[in-house]
Unconditional design. Structure first.
Length: 430
């Protein structure tokens, strides 16, 4: 399945083809990933390879209990095909002398990948179909074309709980600032969880109301057996394009308000000393991570403090690139940067230790990565933020948020930033 068997013009597809395709397989396929870049909205975002991509079915699924990175490395090396899946934040424990002992109610596997039976990808007016044979593709195309879809989906109302009270949050931020003042860390990403227990989720409702409408470059709707992921992520973790490696850390968030204030808001974020400080620390960390596998003198910062605007927020995003040798192991490139610096802090190990000590939940997939590897040994992975995670076996729905803490941080303002990041999602259930 390393070459497309059919290439069509997007104008020949039925309206909302990808959304109908997702609906048509959502209950029958145990493994699927739908990734959307919303390039119609975010035209200026660099290095977006596909507008939409859907993969489903599966010849192989890996959810190993031990030696997970070795399993991942072997999968990439031995299979000349597409691979889709996710890497949990807690895979850090295989890379360093770390542990994750906090409460874990989501109960996702730490690593899950599948090799799909069919992949459909769109860029501009071209759509590529990968599959076993043309009959399989034609049959699926006919099925989607005849699928009615377009149903009115509604979400059951519920009240989310916060695992960390505001009082505890403010107290812990001040403790972490003290760690910074003592020189133990320079920056840390501290996270909290909102959750709903015993919630009867209409899966396609959340897809329609959240993923489909999230105008972000790294949206995702995935199923891995009883586990579902609904991601409105604006952040890329790492991408391989030929021999070029791209990482785009986000650090710096501000509310997007009135149209009349648009440019002033962007300028204020770009020139904010606090946000620049957060961002440049992580840029330096990413430069160091990429250098572990890069060709000599190839690590560069292509863009520093770029301001990108989304429906409810502005984000400060930098782009760091490097070049690798063609013989470099793909898994080693990802491992050398994992977990992403934007979700840890600096120095990375000390920050992860302190996050584990002061957070109230096991991050699991949150702060991890979702993405794919192509038959040509390229890959693209997002950062799992602005993401709902649902275990349909236990009916547990989780939505975590976090932010970077530096010595310039104000605890109350950081708490309000967390609420801003959760606001759009939580409002869906009110």
């Amino acid at each position: 399945m390393n070459r497309p068997l059919k290439i069509l013009n997007s104008n020949s597809l039925p309206n909302s083809f990808f959304e109908k395709a997702v609906e048509s397989i959502s209950e029958t396929e145990k493994y699927f990933c739908y990734l959307s870049s919303h390039t119609d909205y975010i035209k200026e975002y660099p290095y977006l390879e596909f507008d939409k991509i859907l993969a489903f079915g599966g010849k192989k699924i890996i959810t190993p209990n031990e030696n997970k990175w070795d399993n991942f490395s072997e999968l990439i090396k031995t299979e000349n095909s597409w691979k889709f899946g996710f890497l949990s934040y807690d895979l850090k424990n295989e890379l360093e002398d770390l542990s994750s002992l906090n409460s874990d109610e989501v109960k996702f596997p730490e690593l899950a990948f599948f090799i799909p039976n069919m992949v459909i990808a769109q860029k501009g007016n071209k759509v590529w179909f990968y599959g076993k044979n043309e009959n399989q593709i034609d049959s699926f195309f006919s099925k989607v074309s005849a699928f009615k879809g377009g149903l009115k989906y509604s979400l059951n109302k519920t009240k989310f709980e916060s695992r960390t009270s505001k009082e505890d949050y403010l107290s812990r931020i001040n403790v972490l600032k003290n760690e910074i003042q003592l020189g133990n860390i320079y920056e840390i990403n501290y996270c909290i969880e909102f959750f709903a227990k015993n919630y009867n989720l209409n899966i396609l409702s959340l897809f329609h109301h959240f993923v489909k409408e999230s105008e972000v470059p790294f949206g995702a709707f995935c199923r891995f057996d009883d586990h579902y992921v609904f991601s409105g992520s604006p952040e890329r973790f790492i991408k391989k394009q030929g021999l070029k490696i791209i990482s785009q850390p986000i650090k710096g968030t501000s509310r997007r308000k009135e149209k009349s204030e648009f440019e002033a808001e962007r300028a204020q974020l770009k020139n904010s000393l606090k946000d620049q400080t957060e961002n440049v620390m992580i840029v330096d960390l990413v430069r160091n991570d990429l250098s572990k596998t890069a060709k000599r003198a190839s690590v560069k910062v292509e863009e520093l403090f770029g301001v990108y605007s989304f429906p409810t927020v502005h984000q400060l995003i930098s782009t760091v690139v490097s070049e690798v040798d063609e013989k470099t192991n793909l898994a080693d490139i990802i491992k050398s940067c994992f977990p992403m610096g934007s979700m840890t802090g600096a120095p990375k190990i000390s920050a992860m230790q302190l996050a584990e000590k002061h957070e109230d939940f096991k991050r699991g997939l949150y702060s991890g990565a979702i993405g794919f590897v192509t038959p040509k040994n390229n890959f693209d992975f997002n950062v799992v933020i602005r993401t709902a995670i649902f275990n349909s076996e236990t009916n547990y729905l989780s939505y975590a948020v976090g932010g970077a803490i530096t010595n310039l941080s104000n605890a109350e303002e950081e708490y309000q930033e967390c609420l801003l990041k959760a606001e759009r999602f939580l409002k869906l259930f009110q």
